[in-house]
Design a protein around this ligand. Structure first.
Ligand code: AHR
Length: 504
């Protein structure tokens, strides 16, 4: 019998390679399908247990994930959302047609106050995306003023609506996908609009806004080039003062999808293609960073992976514009690999938001009436909490077996290592192969390892998932199959798994 080829890793525990911004573990929730309405907002009179209209079970699940930042209200929805329709007494708010997402009529009962309430409940920083496509400069300017300013007309309006104190709002996006649903603009035109709109996004009192511009779609490197040339350099003109900076983040959108397969019942070929497309994220980040480096060598403008995740065919029988999909071990792998990649580029990647939190695309949580389940992707985020705000460690993949499919090869293992503030080393590992185990040795240099423990997410089938009848079929288990010998960590990863090992 052929012995399985070993994966050999070196981790330099005494060599810091950057700080992993916890915002890399951010999320995105849009007015799309059943994400906000049903998934998060059920209304105060609902029989589903809620706090001021927001479901308690979902809040509890999201709070446990320690979500650092939550992006809202879109997505494509953002560029036709007029925030004033979503404030004031609920029964007086005008209904609107969500033209992008199925033409459904929304009652606007979930608006600015409710979103900021949700963020407070789950402990996340709010990230609001403004309307450039169909909204005015004044509208955007007043939204920021309404949320963050102590006095004046907008503050009076806010007080009338029940909130006297301003909120803290750190992250603001100037439009969404303005190359597409956000206005079909050319980068030259958007860059000018960005310069104009951002001028009126003011910092009131101590509130300092981190301004995020619409960035490229996938491999559109020209978009990044034009934005950095036309808007990025304003930073240098403005000097070093934080409040003088005009462009703090550029938002890349890239989904793992396009092969028109279903979330469950896929073939090994489709599994392989998904893994390969996921790994492409690294090339995207490298190439966009190379462009950014030319205009901003000191790395002051962050690359924000504003929307990412799997995009499968919708579940049969559901509204095609609601983007509701199941979530399997394949999605768990996509999450683990992407997060490992984001960690390793943490010098430039300061935030990433998976799409979308509840009932849409690669969701953390699925709901059906009063029922709720946690997806395999949820569990990856849960296990990877160990990396939040940690120090990225220098890591060398000395030898990595290949996963071959139809003449194409990809690495079988994805890995990232960090040290937390207690000195523990956390190593996240993904085995991309659907049927092959992989022995792993990890040489831990620069530390004296005493003990190892860990958790693993694995299942017998590659499309294993949780259902409302069997909601805990896929869940993390203790991983005892790791040992220390001398300065080396040794383990064997089962096929198609995500594991996080903690060495102290
Ligand atoms: O996440 C779904 C959609 O994907 C968003 O609305 C849009 O920004 C992107 O195209």
């Amino acid at each position: 019998m052929k012995t399985a080829e070993c994966c050999e890793i070196i981790v330099n525990a005494d060599l810091a390679a950057g700080t992993i911004d916890k915002n890399i573990y951010g999320h995105f929730a849009e007015h799309l399908g059943r994400c906000i309405y049903e998934g998060i907002w059920v209304g105060k009179d609902s029989e589903i247990p809620n706090t001021r209209g927001i479901r308690k079970d979902v809040v509890e699940a999201l709070r446990a994930l320690e979500i650092p930042v939550l992006r809202w209200p879109g997505g494509c929805f953002a560029d036709e959302y007029h925030w004033k329709d979503g404030i004031g007494p609920a029964e007086q708010r005008p209904a609107m047609v969500n033209t992008h997402w199925g033409g459904v009529v929304e009652n606007n009962h979930f608006g600015t106050h409710e979103f900021l309430d949700l963020c407070e409940m789950i402990g996340a920083e709010p990230y609001i995306c403004g309307n450039v496509g169909s909204g005015t400069v004044q509208e955007m300017q007043q939204w920021v003023e309404y949320i963050t300013c102590e006095g004046g007309r907008m503050a009076d309006l806010r007080s009338e609506n029940g909130r006297t104190e301003p909120w803290i709002l750190k992250y603001f996006g100037v439009g969404n996908e303005n190359w597409g649903c956000g206005g079909r603009m050319r980068p030259e035109y958007y860059a000018d609009l960005y310069r104009r709109y951002q001028t009126y996004i003011h910092n009131f009192g101590d509130n300092k806004i981190f301004k995020i511009a619409c960035g490229p779609s996938g491999d559109d490197y020209r978009w990044t080039e034009v934005m950095m040339r036309e808007a990025g350099k304003m930073m240098h003109e403005a000097g070093k003062m934080m409040h003088g900076l005009a462009l703090h983040g550029l938002a890349l959108h890239y989904y793992t999808g396009g092969q028109r397969d279903f979330a469950t019942g896929f073939s090994e070929n489709q599994w392989f293609t998904t893994m390969k497309k996921t790994l492409f994220m690294e090339e995207l980040i490298q190439k966009h960073c190379a462009v950014m480096d030319r205009y901003d060598p000191s790395g002051r403008v962050a690359l924000i992976v504003d929307e990412w995740g799997t995009w499968h065919e919708v579940e049969p029988g559901t509204n095609p514009r609601f983007l509701y999909q199941q979530n399997t071990m394949r999605d768990a792998l996509v999450a683990g690999i992407n997060l490992n990649i984001f960690n390793s580029y943490c010098k430039r990647v300061k935030m990433a938001n998976i799409a979308q939190t509840v009932n849409v695309l690669q969701a953390m949580v699925l709901t059906d009436g009063a029922k709720m389940l946690l997806t395999p992707s949820y569990h990856v985020f849960e296990m990877y909490r160990a990396h939040h705000g940690a120090t990225l460690l220098d890591l060398h993949l000395k030898r990595c077996p290949e996963y071959e499919n139809r003449g194409e090869v990809i690495p079988q293992v994805s890995v990232s290592a960090s040290m937390d503030n207690k000195g523990a080393v956390n190593i996240s590992l993904c085995n991309l192969h659907p049927v092959r185990t992989v022995p792993v040795t990890c040489e831990l240099r620069g530390m004296k390892p005493g003990r190892v423990e860990g958790g693993i997410l694995a299942a017998a089938e590659i499309d294993a998932h949780n259902t409302f009848d069997e909601p805990t079929r896929v869940r993390p288990a203790d991983f005892g199959a790791a040992s220390l010998s001398g300065g080396n960590l040794e383990t064997e990863l089962p096929p198609a798994c995500v594991a996080v090992l903690r060495v102290v």
